[in-house]
Design a protein around this ligand. Sequence first.
Ligand SMILES: C[S@@+](CC[C@H](N)C(=O)[O-])C[C@H]1O[C@@H](n2cnc3c(N)ncnc32)[C@H](O)[C@@H]1O
Length: 194
Amino acid sequence: MAKNRLFINAVQEAKRLMSQAVAIGDVCLDATCGNGHDTLFLANLVGAQGKVFAFDVQQMALDSTQKRLQLANVAERVSLINDGHQQMAEYVHEKIAGAMFNLGYLPGGNKGLVTKPNTTVAALDILTELMLPYGLITLVLYTGHPGGEEEAKKVTAWADALPQDGWDVISFSFPNRENNSPILLAIQKRGEQC
Ligand SMILES: C[S@@+](CC[C@H](N)C(=O)[O-])C[C@H]1O[C@@H](n2cnc3c(N)ncnc32)[C@H](O)[C@@H]1O
């Protein structure tokens, strides 16, 4: 067996876990599509029979995501939505196997336009009702920008309060890294047998 580095960063950890929770034909959600890296990852996981809903409040982000999906020939399995993830109940009526939140600002975009604690938690409240048994929510939390620390605290407190007989919650941080290394929060809904 080839041995590899296990802990690259929070985004890679989120993807590693997500690939164990999502199968071909599932419906997934990218709550913050940004430049589309996570949307493309989810589109590949669900395959041609599956579907991904991808939200962003910036047209620039949706355009960048659309380009990435077209290049990979997977655009038809993704619904791009120019609205805040806190409005997801208006658009998503299917049950969700996997949902990714990569919080903060759009890399290469307006650093002042960031996800906000209240809307992130509002989206999470709606999402908990939409998740399938064994469905997984991942959140990558950034604390290095203004408002990031407050958002990370609010989201973590929200997750801490989830009932333990319904949800398993873990967090991964990288304590020996400099420059506020992002933190992963991962939340899995219990199955019926658990
Ligand atoms: C860190 S970026 C996402 C990176 C992205 N997942 C990728 O793979 O490139 C965060 C994104 O969240 C978006 N955003 C901010 N508030 C939002 C909201 N309420 N609903 C949806 N997206 C939001 C920003 O416009 C930005 O593009």
